[in-house]
Design a protein around this ligand. Sequence first.
Ligand SMILES: Cc1cc2nc3c(=O)[nH]c(=O)nc-3n(C[C@H](O)[C@H](O)[C@H](O)COP(=O)(O)OP(=O)(O)OC[C@H]3O[C@@H](n4cnc5c(N)ncnc54)[C@H](O)[C@@H]3O)c2cc1C
Length: 427
Amino acid sequence: MLGRVEKKYGVVVVGGGPAGLGAALGARDYGEDKVLILDREPEAGGILLQCIHSGFGLHYFKEELTGPEYAQRFIEKVIDHDVDILPASYVSRIAADSDGIKKVRIINEKRGILTVEAQAVVLAMGCRERTRGAVRIPGTRPSGILTAGLAQKFVNLMGYLPGKKIAILGSGDIGLIMARRLSLEGCEVVGVFELMPYSNGLSRNVVQCLNDFNIPLHLSNTVAAIHGRDRVEKITVAPVGKDLKPDLARAWDVPCDTLLISIGLIPENELTQNLGISLDVATGGPRVSSTLETSMPGVFACGNVLHVHDLVDFVTNESLLAGRFAAELSRGVRRPGDNIQLLPGENVRYCVPHTLNPGHKHTVYLRCKAPMKPCKIRVGNLIEKKLRFVFPAEMIMLKLKPDLLDKFHGDSLRIDILPLAKEERND
Ligand SMILES: Cc1cc2nc3c(=O)[nH]c(=O)nc-3n(C[C@H](O)[C@H](O)[C@H](O)COP(=O)(O)OP(=O)(O)OC[C@H]3O[C@@H](n4cnc5c(N)ncnc54)[C@H](O)[C@@H]3O)c2cc1C
């Protein structure tokens, strides 16, 4: 279907970031000896290669590593485990034969177009940043407007400063980290402007990247206009009301030469969509079973392509499992399908995976819609867990014991995040 097959693999992993590296190791650990990683970049490591700050690996290695250090540990392991890595290889298409065999079409810088065959495919393509176009900021179109991740690449990998007087729209982690990075490089960061009444980044990043550098965070504010002919000269900032619309009567101008945009990430799911795999509107990623298998048998997903993670350690845990399940399938092991649907209830934006089955331990990742404190998570009528607080920026990990679902006889299980009643607060 996609041309002559050059080589056959048990598991092909699309994407060589932490998710792809973890999935390849998971597959090898299970005993699959023909594993291939494909990445469009010249080197494996994904987004970690440009994240030269520390803060990676606190959970997985119990150490504080930089992004490249974290990536290097996995790249070495993957090489030691004889996984094939094909860099500078863009995957343009995946197709499935009627017998379930997957054909993966690659555009390689040196070798041109080639096709490899796989029993199972793991999608690990990560995500990309939302741009100015996603929020339609009015004004002119001068130079000096770029996403925070692109600015990070310029500064950390290429040695260019994007500007000198920087304003940042959005308080996601990349924006916060770049506020600190650019201050350290001698730029003036005039402020971070956030639409919501709370930050969209991890609390530790607000403290370490803004408070420690006296960079103001303007909550409930947005950029209402960009001004400048050739280069950004200033932005108009306006407070927003409950409807999140800018109140132009109270707007003010902020002089700057650069606007960094840090307003969220979109999982890279064009390949997934072309395969006809069903997606979750809330995550932007595929719907997956408890084995991280998508709606297409033999295609698995993990990492930021599945749902945006804040910590790489969670990406690694999830992808080791995805690789293991892909290897199981490639070696002909078929587990019984899930019979319980997981439903996001009150104050739950999403939960992953989307289905579960009894008799196994499960890790469920979820995010809330709005901050709440103190509160509790309720899983059907099976368990309740108290939490000091929940924030949309901080992913919640819930471990379910193998015997928990044995007591459950329904076909759907709702997860709610609820405020603690007064009498529950002190036990
Ligand atoms: C700025 C920033 C700061 C962060 N800070 C921290 C931190 O301090 N601590 C922490 O734990 N986590 C942090 N994270 C989060 C962590 O880095 C991510 O969760 C993790 O990198 C996601 O891994 P991934 O493999 O899913 O995606 P990525 O790392 O994005 O890897 C995806 C890979 O897929 C490749 N790809 C995509 N499409 C194709 C295709 N069609 N063909 C071939 N290859 C393809 C890409 O080239 C890329 O290499 C940070 C993230 C960012 C962006």
